[in-house]
Ligand binder design. Structure first.
Ligand code: PRX
Length: 649
């Protein structure tokens, strides 16, 4: 289906999609009245509203105070104690959920495993005891670098059980990126695998771990899961196989209550500077937010099979593969590999075979499926699906409508969920049984969240006008700090708009108050739903001995949302390098996700008289447009003219 003109008309008509009466009737929040009542309650006393949500969890000790807010530092459920893994596992063992599937997993080669809540609980307890034997205590940081296998979730939950904050590093990051993250967090144990399966091949992970850990003297132990079975070298005294580590470990591992503000995890994300930020999330508030949003936004029921396609290396995998759904006792489906392996219908085949009911993925994936054509999903019975979701980037209406028809059969509501690594959980989203949706809009903030589109002074901008997306009140899932750098936390998020958390995104609201996200306003680009810092890629490029200067900007990409263009100048007299060599330099420093699509060599970069690179102009050039706007401060008109000329060739 590809009728852009038709879609434009739809948008002009302002067509909205209302949940069906049948969906609304069965939903946790069904219909306008129930939704309004919830919103009114939350608006009247947000802190009390969140306390009610927190009471839905299992606490070892109640909190004294719900919120301690000393701008910009928040503490939620102060004095309370709880165990995240007990909330995700132990509390489901008293009733019929004990023998219900917690994880249904499929590996890329087609191998399958199902773990009931009882079995998952056992594996987590055994592995937590194994970690204890290796010396892991509450407060110790543990790095996890694993493919999408059940043990990745087991490792996270075992760390949570012990109160040892985990730092999951996406297995697509390079050895250098892994090393930086291990060092920054001061991790003393690394949990990894020999490799994982992707596109029919083994992605080796152990070699990257060896290269990284060689420069991390604080790392005492490395636990390696045997997944792919290829030969790896094990370092005596440091490396231990997972299957050996759990030998003889007891399945009895009492879940001690940890302080509500104990760190649960650190997750590195790109900011507008070159150095990744360790976003810190804590225990009680994070789980309250993840559990509440998983239940309401995905309308989770006892009978659902929930599939969030995100990798556990990203926040979406933390909140909606592991913590949110398991806290609700849901059945989670997890898949290891690539979406089109061995055939373009792999996803639809798995939805049919496993009876997936709720499916949550990224617009990039949807656009790739649109391109492949509707015949692949059409080959499968997708009637088990009842709800669809998207996350990570704005979804274009054409892709939204295709998703609605080709995957959802026209009957499934779509929840377009806006949130960030920093927010911990979903912030702006429809409630599927209540909120009328408009293709391309994440609709309105969830009850309990006070987001607004404002100007630099924090004043609301009029409806229809663009502005900055900000959050005006603390919420339980918010990051607590940047690991080891509270000053960066303050300056990055709380210094730009008085009194508000600044998201880094631009947005506008329409006449109905619906939010339309306009993308990043800082030096961050969103490639296939993954945030990358332009400066991080630039510093990788200038790390090449022959590169003098680099400027990286995003260009529109039909599939990935944004692609990466790098403009580079070479050192005087240096031998030329190929663009392939520079792309490889970035892959080595960060990982293949940051590899530039286009490298453009230039004699100089357009700069202002004060020496600032004029990225706006470069963005125009990279997008194939004539540079627009004010160029009066440009120092070297010739540089711009040459770049433009090169483009027109
Ligand atoms: O720009 C927004 C975009 O992704 C950014 C957050 O990226 P990250 O921390 O990697 O987390 C992604 C998954 C939660 C946001 O600042 N973004 C995320 N969701 C949406 C979105 N843009 C538009 N619509 C969305 N639904």
């Amino acid at each position: 289906m590809s009728h852009p003109a038709h879609i434009t008309t739809l948008l002009k008509e302002g067509r909205v999609f209302k949940p069906s009466a049948a969906f609304a009737k069965a939903a946790h929040v069904g219909g306008r009245a129930a939704w309004d009542a919830l919103r009114r309650k939350a608006a009247k006393d947000p802190v009390r509203f969140w306390e009610e949500r927190a009471r839905e969890l299992l606490w070892a000790k109640p909190w004294r105070k719900a919120l301690d807010w000393k701008f910009p530092f928040a503490k939620w459920f102060v004095g309370g104690r709880l165990n995240v893994s007990a909330n995700c596992l132990d509390r489901h063992l008293d009733g019929p959920r004990a023998n219900k599937a917690a994880l249904v997993w499929e590996g890329e080669p087609g191998d399958q495993r199902t773990l009931t809540y009882r079995q998952l609980h056992r594996e987590v307890c055994v592995f937590a005891n194994a970690l204890k034997r290796l010396g892991v205590k509450a407060g110790d940081r543990v790095a996890i670098y694993m493919p999408m296998v059940p043990e990745a979730a087991v490792a996270m939950l075992a760390c949570a059980r012990l109160g040892a904050p985990h730092s999951v590093v996406f297995a697509g990051f390079s050895a250098e990126a892994l090393r930086d993250r291990i060092q920054d967090a001061g991790a003393k144990v690394v949990i990894a695998a020999d490799g994982g399966w992707r596109k029919g091949a083994v992605v080796p992970l152990k070699a990257a771990v060896d290269e990284a850990v060689a420069q991390c003297p604080a790392v005492e132990k490395v636990v390696i899961l045997r997944r792919t079975g290829q030969g790896v070298s094990m370092k005596d005294g440091r490396d231990v196989w997972w299957h050996d580590a759990v030998q003889g470990a007891s399945a009895d591992c009492p879940a001690v209550g940890h302080d509500s503000e104990n760190p649960l995890f650190i997750l590195y994300t790109s900011g507008s500077t070159g150095k990744p930020k360790g976003v810190l999330h804590t225990t009680g508030g994070y789980l309250t937010h993840a559990a509440y949003t998983a239940r309401l936004v995905f309308d989770l029921k006892e009978t659902d099979v929930f599939w969030c396609t995100a990798d556990i290396g990203w926040v979406t995998g933390h909140s909606y593969v592991v913590y949110g759904p398991l806290a609700n006792g849901a059945t989670v489906f997890m898949y290891e590999g690539a979406p089109m392996t061995p055939a373009p219908d792999r996803f639809w085949d798995m939805i049919e075979r496993h009876g997936v009911t709720v499916f949550y993925t990224a617009p990039t994936a949807i656009r790739a499926f649109v391109r492949l054509g509707g015949e692949h999903p059409a080959k499968h019975d997708l009637s088990s699906l009842r709800l669809l979701g998207t996350v990570g980037e704005p979804i274009n209406p054409e892709a939204w409508l295709w998703y609605h028809e080709a995957i959802g059969g026209g009957r499934c509501p779509i929840v377009d969920t806006w949130w960030q690594t920093e927010t911990g959980g979903i912030m702006i989203s429809p409630l599927p049984g209540a909120t009328p949706t408009k293709p391309g809009s994440a609709t309105v903030p969830l009850p309990g969240i006070e987001a607004a589109v404002v100007d630099r002074e924090g004043n609301p901008v009029p409806k229809g006008a663009g502005g900055l997306l900000a959050v005006r009140r603390p919420w339980p899932g918010m990051l607590r700090s940047v690991w080891g750098d509270p000053e960066r936390y303050r300056s990055q998020y709380f210094s730009q708009i008085p009194g508000c958390y600044f998201t880094g995104d631009g947005a506008r609201t329409d006449k109905d108050g619906y939010f339309w996200i306009l993308g990043r306003v800082d030096d961050v680009i969103n490639v296939a739903g993954h945030r990358l810092s332009t400066m991080e890629i630039e510093s990788a490029l200038v790390g090449h001995p022959r590169v003098a200067e680099a400027a990286v900007v995003g260009h529109p990409d039909e599939l990935k949302g944004q692609g990466i263009t790098a403009f580079v100048t070479m050192r005087g007299g240096a031998e030329p390098v190929t663009s392939e060599e520079l792309k490889a330099t970035v892959t080595k420093a960060i990982g293949a996700i940051a590899r530039p699509d286009v490298v453009r060599f230039t004699e100089s970069l357009p700069k202002t008289r004060s020496g600032k690179i004029m990225r706006r102009l470069l963005r125009d050039i990279a997008s194939g447009e004539k540079p627009t706007g004010d160029t009066t401060t440009l120092e070297d008109f010739a540089a711009l003219a040459r770049l433009q000329a090169a483009q027109e060739e």
